[in-house]
Design a protein. Sequence first.
Length: 251
Amino acid sequence: MAEQNRPQAETIEAEIRIGSESVRLSARISNDPVYLHEMLPLFQNLTNKIVEIGVKEAEARGKRISCRNGCGACCSQLVPVGEAEGVALLDLIDVMPAARQTEIRARFLRNMTVLRQAGLLENLDRAVISNDRERLRAIGIDYFKLNMPCPFLENQSCSIHPSRPLSCREFLVVSDPLYCARSDPERVECVALPKRISPILYTMSQQKNQPGKGFLPLAQLLTREQSLREDQPSPEPAVDLLKRFLGNLAN
């Protein structure tokens, strides 16, 4: 009965300190049940704002962003994506023209073949399930050395830039781009963001009693296609998802 008496929408207002700025959020949110991936535009927009703040703070310290159009070195890295993002990316592939779909799927298949032949897959699976950051870091270096561009990379630029994963949005460097191309992690200096949305999304994506930490390597997107679609969290009222997200963000 309480659910039946609940209003169809609620106004959510919040003010959160993010680095040197206070960000005010005000939105009229439906109580209709939605899947987590349907909330991604909100998470993406907020990530963009946080990155903007991080860039301002870096520039105030005399740093300069090195990333430029056509610099796609980071697009050969081991990119983590939230399981909710995985569903959204699969939906994005589904609406591509047939020829484009075929090409993208073929690229994913080639990359997985290279990973399997390099003997990295088993170690990668174990590292993701245990969320072993040190092992993931080491595997990431080996992954980069395989020189496997992201399947969505075209002419050294992201072909799905408006829909790119949160981890891609959060990765900016102020060091010499040559270090990125050499995968020299000790010399790559990233922009220090005051908040990161991607770990919050991973936590919200995580399924109870399921292995993993709510994220997967982008390279494994198509091999996980069935489980991502079938095992995603049940829909919840959008306002409840937003409140849970804001609670995590404020911590």
